[in-house]
Design a protein around this ligand. Structure first.
Ligand code: FE2
Length: 254
């Protein structure tokens, strides 16, 4: 065999080997891709069922503490409306709304005797009560996809002037999602009856929000809250709702 033919034969053999190798590599790649997709799907389902469990816990908190009955639904709706005014991209993140619903999930670990104490809490009781944001964060730690929801849970009791808890964050150190939520949380607390006081009228509560701008609240969030279109109508509808359970189901699927 002349050298040219031998060279051509060797070249063809090398090409065949390369083709076989490429096919095997492709098969391996496809099978790995399939396995990765299966794993991703399993992880997604696991996170979904974990989230369902945590949401159920959030409603257990509501049942443990009668003063917060329907508070979750209302703060969720106020905060969703405020987020839409402040940052449309953030408002579009479904995880943010999970944070609104789950903000007090850590109260599951606070005894009912403290949650429902009619008088002021003593120092030790306050310590336990003030641990609920961090307890909540620990409870949702297994859900990696919660994103801004975790910040609402962790930081909804921080104050703009740094006198809040658990970390005493100041101003924009506080995540935006938590700055949005804390205005709505306070507004709903003020406009709801408590065993020891009547709800403040709508206008009076709004004045308190404006008055707390720059101390308790981010001034921009307080301004934006007051500017929500039809806020009074939203407030009225949230306080005349007759079927909280049905509403709750609506929240969970939208
Ligand atoms: Fe809280």
């Amino acid at each position: 065999m002349d050298p040219a033919t031998r060279y051509l034969n060797q070249l063809e053999a090398a090409q065949r080997q390369l083709l076989t190798f490429a096919r095997e590599l492709n098969l391996l790649y496809q099978s790995e891709r399939g396995r990765a997709a299966e794993l991703e799907e399993a992880l997604r389902r696991l996170e979904e069922s974990y989230l369902d469990m945590v949401k159920t816990l959030a409603f257990v908190v509501e049942a443990k503490d009668p003063t917060t009955r329907a508070h979750l639904d209302r703060t969720h709706d106020y905060a969703t409306a405020l987020a839409q005014v402040v940052d449309a991209d953030l408002a579009a993140d479904a995880c943010l709304r999970y944070g609104f619903l789950l903000h007090d999930v850590g109260k599951v670990g606070v005894p009912e005797a403290i949650l429902n104490k009619p008088g002021p809490l003593d120092e030790e009781e306050w310590l336990i009560m003030r641990s609920h944001p961090e307890m909540g964060v620990q409870m949702v730690a297994g859900i990696k996809s919660l994103g801004p929801a975790v910040e609402v849970i962790r930081s909804h009791h921080e104050r703009w002037d740094g006198r809040g808890y658990p970390s005493g964050l100041v101003g924009e150190e506080i995540p935006l999602s938590a700055r949005i939520f804390s205005v709505c949380d306070a507004f709903d607390a003020m406009t709801s009856d408590r065993p020891y006081r009547r709800a403040l009228p709508f206008e009076h509560a709004l004045e308190q929000i404006v008055g707390g701008a720059g101390t308790q609240f981010d001034p921009a969030m307080a301004d934006a809250f007051v500017s929500i279109a039809d806020l009074e109508a939203l407030h009225a509808s949230l306080h005349t709702r007759v079927a909280p359970v049905a509403h709750r189901e609506r929240i969970l699927i939208r």
